[in-house]
Design a protein around this ligand. Structure first.
Ligand code: NAG
Ligand code: NAG
Length: 270
């Protein structure tokens, strides 16, 4: 895959022992670092990571806007358009399900997208600790959630669809070192097919990786009772580096509602 080329120079500092080169400022950062150790070990178990001696690393500051991170916009053509003057506010991994419906359980009907539900984990600190870890995360969440372990990571919110299956919502409801509370309510603006090397998902439902998306906020969404349901603090969301989530080609043998596991990077801008 395209991230094989990364030199995991930072690995050494994580294993440097007690005379470590920095002091961890908060319990949250400690949790991130220890989970990274496990993530690294999981990578090593799969012979995907080469331990190397490296240089000192700075304490994570957890502001993704500071790292000059480059949002991946696609590998082929077309690509997603960039975020313009908007600023990156939160880098999260979404881990959950894409939901689908089927009119019947025959090969004649095709699954129809019916929303999704994902927990959002703040990984804004990760790139400063280990360059290159970011693109491994959707894969690790999907296939090795216990190895990371996912439950140790800072959960910042949830992604769901409301009030209908075409209105994606991101509720950032936990304050972390990085994230501000806020909400994104929007619509799909652009989509491209995931790159051919993308992880296809969890067997027996490994049907491919869902599209990469650009979502933009909307102001005219109303709840069933007529209340305006608006974004607050987030104007655009990208779903990239997707793993899994695609439905089977047909509805053969499927119930009317079913779910396919997926994980992805979500880049939230304002
Ligand atoms: C975008 O999504 C639509 C609807 O799912 C799909 O038909 C189309 O092929 C997608 N476009 C690309 C470039 O993948
Ligand atoms: C979609 O997935 C979520 C999370 O598992 C679930 O709570 C919800 O009921 C599902 N929706 C449908 C229509 O199956």
């Amino acid at each position: 895959m395209h991230f094989f080329g990364y030199a995991f120079m930072a690995a050494a500092f994580l294993f440097a022992g007690p005379s470590s080169i920095f002091a961890l400022p908060t319990a949250k950062n400690a949790a991130v670092v220890s989970s990274l150790q496990d993530a690294l070990e999981a990578l090593e178990d799969n012979s995907m990571l080469e331990r190397r001696d490296g240089h000192g690393f700075q304490v994570p500051r957890c502001n993704p806007g500071k790292y000059n991170l480059k949002l991946p916009l696609g590998e082929g053509s077309p690509k997603l358009t960039d975020a313009g003057s908007l600023k990156l506010k939160l880098l999260a991994i979404g881990h959950g399900t894409q939901n689908y419906t089927c009119a019947d359980s025959t090969a004649k009907s095709k699954p129809v997208a019916n929303g999704a539900y994902a927990e959002l984990y703040d990984v804004s600190c990760f790139p400063s600790v280990i360059p290159g870890i970011l693109n491994w995360l959707p894969y690790l969440f999907l296939h090795k959630p216990r190895a990371i372990p996912v439950e140790k990571l800072p959960k910042v919110g949830v992604h769901y669809f409301y009030p209908d299956a075409s209105t994606p919502v991101f509720d950032v409801n936990e304050v972390t070192a990085t994230a501000k509370k806020g909400r994104f309510v929007g619509m799909k603006s652009e989509n491209i097919t995931a790159p051919s090397g993308a992880n296809t998902g969890v067997a027996p439902n490994a049907f491919g990786a869902v599209d990469w998306l650009k979502l933009v906020s909307t102001d005219n969404v109303r709840t069933a009772s007529g209340r305006v349901f608006a974004s607050n603090g987030y104007k655009a969301v990208y779903r990239v580096e997707t793993a899994g989530g695609r439905p089977p080609a047909t509805c053969q043998g499927r119930p009317t509602h079913f779910e396919i596991l997926y994980a992805a990077q979500y880049w939230l801008y304002n």
